[in-house]
Design a binder for this molecule. Structure first.
Ligand code: HDE
Length: 724
């Protein structure tokens, strides 16, 4: 095949799929549909019957059509990723806001006019490919930029630090985290003995544990989480000046989490919750967006940070070095084929372009070896860079040849350099001018397996994180530790872990220990154990608002899901107006009823139902609207599922708006109509009881939308007492 045919114009391709489907349909209708063939183009005579000796006789060995089909099927699976196995992806583009020429020569960071195609894969870390989306876990956030200088991969996470400091501990970490080897349980969770055994013996993991026990490990949506490059990288400009850089992705929709109760229930109701809503957002034209931010640290200034910039268990507080926003990422196209794209995409932190370089972070350095190695086993052979999703958009010229599944048909007698026989096909090696240049760092030191003493403080930033959380966020962290550690059978492990937490904050440790049937936390217990040097840096900042999700509300209702609870007899007029206002503000409204089909309104018309209470419980929504209508309210008030729906939404601190007698459904919560709706006292946050007459002037919609924009009403009363 000629080179020009082999090389796709762009690996992220144009969206021809819709057109293809249309033309296929037309061909089919006109009787010109393509005929089913074997993989080698031979037309198949029958796709329902294998070749047999007689209609009831044995199948014949010579049925090559059957063999081919079954053989291909037998080999349809490839090994899943050893970590980050469960993922979903999307195509899009990246655009820089202003030229970064002063800091980096990377071409895709120069011109605000240029859109660089990207493919992004989000993932959970621990679970198998078929595990649920909403488990408590770190999320992978891997971005492949198809730049004109080659592919650049920013393979990050949704948390800015990591569990370990040195790559050599990664297999131990993952072995401890994955299901226990004797019985392969539990799936996709850190809540078991081996993980906490390891974590409690590895004090360097403490800071990351604070993140994984926080709501950051339970994103409401992949579109509502931050991303981080984690390690320090280097920028270098055309003059060779360098600085350190930390990368941040800031979601346009704000940072929001699920509650732990919701996350667990959603895992059963819709294990594909995150991938489904990413897909649906893109299909509906609500393209997820993030802004790229950088923290830049002049070379030499890194020593003034107060901790080691090479230590991946540390973040650079934004209160110390502000994040500069430099560009935006938009995801605007779903993959055409999950396997070909999302499964076969191969990221690698060593896919760099000129102008971006590594640091000596020992965790990053180990990753540089691991990714290709993992992909050789997962994708088979050395040619996975030729798969459409992995190809660069710029031409590839080199003398690498052959290997399993080679697709390029290289013409020419020479596959070496230098040569004189190549007839002009020899590729120039372009020295200093354009190619990738490693930062010429001066290195003169002994080989050693020692860890730098500057990595020794494992608690100060965990304390910084804890101090930066709101009271509600702190409660969630305490509850998460209690849940996880209560799943640990061995009391000594539970004790060791709370003793470690006492190094962060004694109150935190004491609260966690309270339900675990162990002794009081003792920060001195670990004295002398490896990793516990009595060394603490002084945080330059004591709190950093950027570490809390509370200040990152987008305030908008875009793509928020609103449940409208209906039954026969519903008052449709105010409902329609409110629904329209919500949709205009970007929300998604769904009618939930006792059964599918239609409900009749109080004025004798009918409304189409989207879901039943059984199939789409309240955990699948962000807010609830209860319209009025005598018969409707009577029906719903007598229905356990409808009452549970409201109780659960209340417990999860979601906004609930009831119109007129719809408020009776709140009766089980102790709220209801007290005389005239206008005089109703609404005693707690995010519960609105509105007069339907006021819907028309738009005020009810405005209040409802503003309340949903707060995401949750954490200061709501009596939540613990609600038995949902
Ligand atoms: Fe990874 N990691 N990792 N990792 N990682 C993989 O690559 C590894 C680490 C991250 O969507 C593997 O192709 C080592 C940090 C993401 O395809 C593997 C170490 C961060 C993804 C691997 C780390 C990440 C992976 C599994 C410690 C955040 C999913 C199969 C030195 C900055 C990429 C594969 C995708 C996947 C190795 C630590 C991010 C085994 C050895 C820190 C987002 O190569």
């Amino acid at each position: 095949m000629p080179q020009s045919r082999h090389k796709a114009a762009t690996p992220v391709g144009s969206k021809d799929a819709g057109r293809d489907k249309q033309s296929q349909l037309e061909s089919f209708k006109s009787g010109n549909a393509a005929v089913l063939t074997s993989n080698y183009g031979v037309q198949s005579p029958d796709n329902h019957n294998s070749l047999k000796a007689g209609t009831r006789g044995p199948t014949l060995l010579e049925d090559f059509i059957l063999h081919e089909k079954i053989t291909h099927f037998d080999h349809e699976r490839i090994p899943e990723r050893v970590v980050n196995a469960r993922g979903c992806g999307a195509h899009g583009y990246f655009k820089v806001y202003k030229s970064m020429v002063q800091y980096t020569r990377a071409a895709f960071l120069q011109d605000p006019e240029i859109e660089t195609p990207v493919f992004v894969r989000f993932s959970t870390v621990v679970g198998s490919k078929g595990s649920a989306d909403t488990v408590r876990d770190v999320r992978g956030f891997a971005v492949k930029f198809y730049t004109r200088e080659g592919n650049y991969d920013l393979v990050g996470n949704n948390m800015p630090v990591f569990f370990i400091q040195d790559a050599i501990k990664f297999p131990d970490l993952i072995h401890a985290l994955k299901p226990e080897p004797h019985h392969e349980m539990p799936q996709a969770t850190s809540a078991h003995d081996t993980f906490w055994d390891f974590a409690s013996l590895m004090p360097e993991s403490t800071h990351m544990l604070m993140w994984t026990m926080s709501d950051r490990a339970l994103p409401r949506s992949l579109r509502m989480m931050e991303g981080f490059g984690v390690h320090a990288f280097r920028f270098s400009n055309a003059r060779g000046d360098t600085c350190f850089v930390k990368f941040h992705w800031k979601p346009k929709l704000g940072v929001h989490g699920l509650t732990w109760d919701e996350a667990q229930k959603i895992a059963g109701v819709d294990p594909d919750f995150h991938r489904r809503e990413l897909w649906e957002a893109i299909e509906s034209g609500n393209f997820p967006e993030w802004e790229l931010g950088v923290q830049l640290i002049d070379a030499g200034k890194e020593t003034e940070l107060g901790f080691d910039i090479l230590d991946a268990t540390k973040l650079i507080p934004e209160a110390q070095v502000p994040v500069q926003i430099i560009g935006k990422l938009v995801l605007n196209r779903n993959p055409d084929n999950f396997f070909a794209e999302t499964e076969q995409v191969a990221f690698h932190p060593g896919h760099l372009v000129p102008g971006i370089d590594f640091s000596n972070d020992p965790l990053l350095q180990g990753r540089l070896f691991s990714y290709t190695d993992a992909q050789l086993s997962r994708l088979g052979g050395a040619n996975f860079h030729e798969l459409p999703i992995n190809r660069s958009v710029c031409p590839i010229h080199n003398f690498q040849r052959d290997g399993m599944h080679r697709q390029s048909i290289n013409k020419s007698r020479v596959a070496y350099e230098p040569n004189t026989l190549g007839n002009g096909t020899e590729f120039r090696v372009d020295g200093a001018a354009q190619g990738f240049q490693s930062f010429p760092e001066l290195l003169d030191s002994n080989k050693t397996r020692c860890r730098s003493a500057s990595f020794d403080d494992h608690f100060s930033q965990a304390t910084l994180f804890w101090n930066s959380q709101t009271a509600v966020e702190k409660d969630h962290i305490v509850e998460a530790f209690r849940f996880e550690l209560s799943k640990v059978d061995v009391p000594d492990i539970r004790q060791r872990m709370v003793d470690n937490l006492a190094h962060i904050d004694l109150k935190l440790a004491t609260r966690v220990a309270a339900t675990l049937g162990i002794g009081s936390p003792n920060p001195k217990a670990a004295a002398g154990r490896p990793g516990f040097r009595d060394y603490r840096i002084t945080n330059k900042v004591n709190e950093d608002a950027a570490l809390s999700s509370a200040g990152k509300l987008a305030g908008s209702v875009k793509t928020r899901r609103i449940a409208i609870l209906v039954a026969d007899g519903v008052d449709a007029a105010p409902l329609r107006r409110l629904q329209q206002d919500l949709v205009d503000a970007g929300a998604i409204c769904k009618l939930v009823a006792p059964r599918l089909g239609t409900v009749s309104t109080s004025s004798g018309r009918s409304l189409v139902v989207d879901h039943t209470f059984g199939s789409m419980p309240s955990v699948m929504f962000d807010a609830v609207l209860i319209p009025g209508g005598k018969t409707c309210v009577l029906t719903l008030s007598a229905l356990g599922d409808a009452i549970h729906f409201v109780l659960e939404a209340y417990k999860h601190c979601k906004t609930i708006c009831a119109l007129n007698d719809g408020a009776q459904l709140l009766g089980s919560l102790g709220f209801g109509l007290v005389g005239n709706p206008e005089t109703v006292l609404v005693p707690t946050q995010g519960i609105m009881i509105a007069d339907a007459r006021k819907v028309l002037d738009g005020q009810v919609s405005r209040d409802f939308i503003a309340a949903i924009g707060r995401h949750r009403h954490w200061d709501r009363i009596n939540v613990e007492a609600v038995p949902a």
